[in-house]
Structures are given as structure tokens and as C-alpha cells.
Ligand binder design. Sequence first.
Ligand SMILES: Cc1cc2nc3c(=O)[nH]c(=O)nc-3n(C[C@H](O)[C@H](O)[C@H](O)COP(=O)(O)O)c2cc1C
Length: 388
Amino acid sequence: MGHGNVNGGNPLKGEKGRGKVSSQLPDLFEPMQLRDLQIRNRAWLPPMDTYSCVNQDGIPTNFHYQHYVSRALGGFGVVIAEATAVNPQGRISPCDLGIWNDRQASAWQGIVTDIKAAGAQPFIQLNHSGRKGSSGCTPTGHINATVPASEGGWQPLAPSPIAYGDMDTPAELSRMEVSTIVADFRSAAMRAVKAGFEGIEIHAAHGYLLSEFLDPLTNHRKDEYGGRLSGRMRALIEVTDAVREVIPAGMPLLVRISATDWADGGWGLEETVKTAKVLNEHGVDLIDVSTGGIVPGVTIPAGPNYQVPFSFQVRSKALIPTTAVGLITKAKQADKIIRKGQADAVEIGRAGLRDPYWPLRAAHKLGMDKADIPYPDPYRRGAYGTNR
Ligand SMILES: Cc1cc2nc3c(=O)[nH]c(=O)nc-3n(C[C@H](O)[C@H](O)[C@H](O)COP(=O)(O)O)c2cc1C
């Protein structure tokens, strides 16, 4: 292994011997450690863009405060803030969060403080949207299309000038522009640390810029950022090094990857595993394993646990901790994924949107002792099973 370590669950041990802290707790609620960070459980909130910066300034609002702090009060171990752009063109839509200036970063401080006060660990997903940038959001209209520059949109940028579906054709990034974006990730990570985040996730999934570099279907470059896997991986590795260099040595660094684009002749598991190994050598501690989003028009066999086998493969072949995500909605289902060594943590996405208290409910369903369930103190009198 490189630098990535999970004390609470050695991925090499797989099933059972997970270095459990206490045998009384369900596996889902076993604490874990990533580098110096203690995490109270393995039920995490994945990054989910809320497209809610209605002022189009990338600054988190009271909505973001409520949204994230309530999930922390609801018992999640880690709350990963949604895709947050490292520069203005890196936003998916004009309503995305950004962290390219100090005003944006300092607006996170109160949110981050209260996430921690509620016992969860705040992480942030840093993103550049690439060819999927300048998409519409509610105030701008043009949903699932490109917002024109005259209406607050911008020219999308990408490794190669290949459009995503009906969106505008992106401009091909020069090598100098790639270097600038790498530097923007570095500055964004520095700001995130200053704002109080306890972990960073680099978004290299779902067809945004860094995954466009990885995938041969979206990267036709002839320079050192294209061609073979080592070239297509270069932008992500440069970003990883830049971020790792400026964050504290004890802070976990995650990368989210689409393990397949579900397309013929495209990106798949084998390349994902190879990339995960290299990332681990460059100081990445955990791979957040997702799939898809890179090319349109593919069939995704979505169903309960549909991405779990990818997490298991990355975990067991690249020997790096992983999270699994995708239609994990039930307590026993989530607990079993951890128990079987298919992932070190699970992420509860849409189910966590409809129920901010998903982990509290899950802990009860798994029969946890009331005293061990991470209720906020003022809520203890309303614990499940309490009739008075
Ligand atoms: C509204 C919404 C916004 C999302 N935004 C992001 C995002 O910002 N970054 C990301 O990596 N994935 C994003 N995703 C994907 C989720 O993180 C998650 O992988 C996906 O919803 C599957 O998990 P689920 O079945 O538990 O919802 C988003 C999903 C939804 C539903």
C-alpha cells in the first residue's frame, strides 16, 4: 500500500477481520480511521449537487447550512459537500458552489464548524466540470443544455473538442490551461483546509473534466495528456500531487472515479484498478467508486447494489479502501456490504435526501443499543423505541 490506510478496517483483511473496535456494534457503525481522522461510522453522505447558489456567486447559503448540518445531526459519519468548482468555468451550472475565492471559502466556516459539532466529518468534493460545464439550473433555464454566454453561461472546456450529447462543443484545453487548472485545484484545496474541512475528494467521475481525461472516448489528445493510460491519467495525477502537497499530512484524500462508462471501447474496471493503484502511491487514501456519466446514450443496469461489485473489485485488486454507492437504501443492505468486505464505507445518496436522519433510523433497525446511536443530545428523548 502507499499512503492510504484504514486502521479501523484493513482492506487486505476483507471479510470479518476488519480490526473491529467493538464487537457489539453493527459493522456499519464501527468507527474507522483514515490517516489521522477518526470517523464515527461507515454511513456517509455522498456529494450531491444542489444547484442552489441562486445568486450565481458560488457562495454557500443558509440552504447549504441547513442541508449539510441536518445530515450531520442525522448521524452520517462523513458529509461530503457537493461538487464545488475550482474556478468559474469549472462549475457544472451557474448555480454551483465554488471555492476559487476567499469569500466563498470563509462562508463555509460556520457550516463546517456545526457539522463537526454534530459529530460528523465535513469533506468537500473539488470539481472542474469540463465539457459538461455551463449547463442550466432553475434560475437560468436551459436545463440539460448549454446556457449561452449572453445569459451567464460560458464556453465549456475539455481535453478534446467532443460535445456531450446536444451540449455545445467544448474548446480543447492547451497544456498551459491544463497547468492552470491543476493550480486551481491546489488553491481550492488550500482554501478548503483553511475553511475547516477535514477531508478532500477530487472528482474524477461522471464525465467531468478529470474523467474526460481518463476515458479514451473523450480524450483524443496527441500530447502527453492523451494516448495510453499513463498519459490519460496524467492530469488526475498532477491534480492529486498538487492537492496532497498543500493539505496536512494527516488529512485524508479521496478520489471519486467512474469504474466504467458502460460504453463499448471505453473506460472500464481494469483501467480503474490500475489508476487506483497509482493514486494510492500518490497519497490517495480511498477511492469513492461510482460509474457512468461519461458518455450519453448508454444503458446502466441500475438496481440495488449495482455498483457494489466495482467497489469490491477496486478494493480487493488495488488494495485500497473504497466506498460503495448507488441504490443502497436499507440498513441491513448497507451493513452487509461492510461486513462482506465489499467496501469500507457506504454512501447513502437519494435516500439521504429524503431522510436526513437515515443513519439514526438504520442504527435502530440494526438493533443498536440506544446509548450507542449517535443521536444529538437534545433528540435523545425522541429516540426510537421511546414512548414517552
Ligand atoms: C441530486 C443529485 C446530485 C448529485 N450530485 C453529485 C455531485 O455533485 N458529485 C458527485 O460525484 N455525484 C453526484 N451525484 C451522484 C451521487 O453522489 C450518487 O453517486 C448517486 O446518487 C447514486 O447514489 P444513490 O442511489 O444512493 O442516490 C448526485 C446525485 C443526485 C441525485
